[in-house]
Design a binder for this molecule. Structure first.
Ligand SMILES: [Zn+2]
Length: 172
């Protein structure tokens, strides 16, 4: 029998393995290493988050699950646990709703929300990294931030110009 210690676990030992591991394996390994049980609802919710790979509400995630998987409260509780672990990130959009997104690689990215149609696009930019680093250097721990961008998307702009061309002429 081979003794399993955190340091000898293949998921904890480098990038070689993590490249071939599936997202759900990585997520479960994070649960395990935090001493959390891998339960059926947790796996189902993680799978739903991975499938979406975009910000989703608790209700949307609950609808993604099999009807007998778990209730809404369980989804809520699981997401709170995942958020604490850094396995999901919560994003806030203009209606104030918190949406959850899978966060397996700790990639810093943001979103732009269209004020007209509500479409959400991902922006890959490390724009807050220097600020977080500076705060850590000042002695702050567990630093987090909330940054969202809002605008009118190219599709909505195009539709607006088609329906009222005068708006374009008067625009600065
Ligand atoms: Zn739009």
């Amino acid at each position: 029998m081979i003794a399993s210690t955190p340091s000898s676990h293949p998921l904890g030992s480098g990038k070689e393995f993590s490249r071939s591991a599936s997202p759900i394996d990585l997520a479960c390994a994070r649960l395990k290493s935090a001493g959390l049980r891998i339960t059926q609802p947790r796996v189902a919710i993680l799978e739903a988050l991975i499938r979406r790979n975009a910000p989703a509400s608790i209700e949307q995630l609950h609808r993604d699950l099999a009807s007998d998987a778990c209730d809404l409260v369980t989804v809520y509780r699981c997401l709170a646990v995942f958020e604490e672990l850094g396995l999901v990130r919560r994003c806030f959009f203009h209606n104030g709703a918190g949406l959850y997104e899978i966060n397996l690689d700790d990639s810093h990215h943001y979103h732009i929300v269209c004020k007209s149609c509500g479409k959400v696009e991902r922006i890959d930019a490390a724009l807050t990294d220097p600020t977080e680093r500076m705060l850590r250097e000042r002695g702050y721990d567990q630093v987090t931030h909330l940054v969202e961008f809002f605008g009118v998307c190219p599709d909505c702009r195009k539709k607006a110009t088609e329906s009222s061309p005068a708006a374009v002429i008067s625009a600065p």
